[in-house]
Ligand binder design. Structure first.
Ligand code: 2U9
Length: 405
């Protein structure tokens, strides 16, 4: 711009401009008398006065034009920064700096109060146009960047479909679990409920209620781990049945599987922690015949249709009469082999009619109700069914052993 005075025409007469501005860019602001003549300047120090024949008209630069220029500058700067951005987070910075709450465009909107009311719609529209343009360029840049990233990722993740597939090694159930689920299936099929109970029990539920008082020799045979004088790790799951009987809901037809404990040394047939499945039936008119029929059916389902059963008299404090049940050897059919040690029979479980004292202690009238009970070692079933000769193998978690079942 030249510093010399230039003369141009304006609707009010001859204007003398300090700089070579175009008349169209200015609007009349106010009229002052010759007396008041001064060199008026706007906010940016530009001279705005013009000389008329009789009076001066102060010309102020048109605000719409000023804003338009300002917005053009902001837009150009935003686009320059967008083009310089080489990552999505940088693009986002540009978005925040120009379009955000504290961004430059918002600042222009905030300065709207300086614009004459009649010019505000026009300036507002200009701001919107600038915003739309910046947003459009931003979106284009973002889409371009995302496309490039996608392409790079696809390139890096190329899958060679001709490579051999990776072997998927799927785990499977432990032999104990397989045996337990088989026993549960059989008894559920006969209408039994499966009930579980606590592994930590009161002495009463583990011994006393089962007719094993403090000085009974069975307590030595079933020596266990004591939490204190009264609380212990259960040696049998019988406590679960006692709890069920105490509820007074008769009849009962249940099995109680679970972990039990004994103070035993580890060897091929013993462990301080093993599993039992006990069964209990209480109803009117239950006899030893029901016991025999039920357990004979169980043996056939578990070991095969041709399995025979044999009951030998035995003694348990909680049943009377008591018995041990043998099954005919499912390897040789009963003729005698290495598996049954030449016997033809294999001992499988203990059983008996629930002792009247036990019924009484559980508030059941032995004159009205009778019942039978049985107990079987889960590991014993797993060892027999899968021909495993050492119980320790079941607990060692050797994959080479476990994956055979
Ligand atoms: C109540 C009344 C009676 C459960 C029974 C056996 C016989 C038995 C052994 C099998 C192998 C324990 O794991 S083992 O060493 N169990 O021989 N258990 S009758 O009798 C009961 C249970 C609960 C109320």
């Amino acid at each position: 711009m030249s510093d010399a005075l230039s003369i141009s025409e304006c609707p009010y007469g001859i204007c003398i401009w300090k700089f070579g501005w175009y008349r169209g860019l200015f609007v009349p602001c106010r009229v002052i008398s010759v007396r008041d003549f001064l060199m008026h300047t706007d906010e940016q120090g530009r001279t705005l006065s013009c000389l008329m024949t009789h009076e001066f008209i102060i010309y102020r630069k048109d605000m719409v034009v000023t804003m338009k220029e300002k917005l053009e500058k902001i837009k150009a700067e935003a686009i320059r920064q967008i083009n310089m951005s080489d990552a999505l987070d940088k693009l986002n910075d540009v978005r925040v700096n120009f379009l955000g709450k504290k961004g430059e465009l918002t600042a222009v909107l905030k300065s709207m109060k300086e614009v004459a009311p009649e010019d505000r719609p026009k300036v507002g529209q200009l701001v919107n146009e600038a915003r739309e343009e910046i947003e459009r360029v931003l979106e284009e840049a973002k889409a371009g960047m995302e496309k490039k990233l996608r392409e790079a990722k696809m390139k890096a993740e190329v899958i060679d479909v001709t490579l051999p597939a990776q072997k998927n090694s799927v785990g499977h159930r432990h032999p104990n679990t397989i045996a337990l689920e088989e026993v549960e299936r059989i008894f559920i099929g006969m209408g039994y409920e499966v009930v579980e109970g606590p592994e930590i029990e009161k002495d009463y539920y583990n011994f006393e209620a089962l007719n094993i008082p403090a000085d009974h020799p069975a307590k030595d045979e079933q020596d266990t781990f004591y939490i204190n004088g009264d609380i212990l790790l259960r040696t049998q799951t019988s406590g679960v049945q006692v709890h069920e009987m105490e509820k007074g809901r008769l009849p009962i037809r249940m099995i109680a599987p679970g972990r039990v404990f004994r103070a035993d040394e580890v060897d091929a047939t013993h462990s301080p922690s093993f599993h039992q499945i006990e069964g209990l039936v209480i109803d009117k008119n239950i006899t030893f015949a029901d016991l025999k029929g039920t357990l004979a059916e169980f043996a056939k389902e578990l070991f095969g249709e041709g399995t025979k059963v044999k009951f030998r008299p035995h003694h348990f404090p909680f049943t009377e009469p008591s018995a041990e049940m043998d099954v005919s050897c499912f390897k040789c059919g009963g003729s005698g082999c290495r598996f049954c040690k030449g016997e033809g029979w294999i001992e499988i479980l203990g059983c008996g009619m629930v002792h009247p004292k036990v019924l009484k202690m559980c508030h059941i009238d032995p004159e009205e109700y009778t019942g039978f009970a049985f107990g079987v070692g889960l590991e014993r079933i797993a060892l027999l069914k899968y021909e495993i000769d050492d119980m320790r193998l079941l607990y060692e978690n050797d994959i080479r052993f476990l994956k055979q079942f």
